[in-house]
Ligand binder design. Structure first.
Ligand code: ZN
Length: 69
């Protein structure tokens, strides 16, 4: 299955191939701030499954176990 996501202005686009390797729901403070909701839904794909177009940035923070997210 192919999934396509893009930002509101359309300058950044991501296309995935296949099924995600993990889907999770998180209610940590960072996910609440990121989504503006009581929880965030996260879908993870391997790098080889994702192609992006457009300018993008990487934001890294530590999770509750100290690992980079
Ligand atoms: Zn979280």
């Amino acid at each position: 299955m192919t999934r396509i996501a893009h930002c509101s202005c359309g300058s950044l686009r991501a296309e995935t191939a296949g099924e995600p390797i993990m889907v999770g729901v998180c209610h940590c403070i960072a996910c609440q701030r990121r989504t503006g909701a009581p929880f965030g839904v996260n879908v993870f794909f391997s790098r080889t499954q994702v192609q992006t177009e457009g300018d993008n940035k990487v934001f890294i923070r530590g999770n509750s176990q100290g690992r980079p997210v």
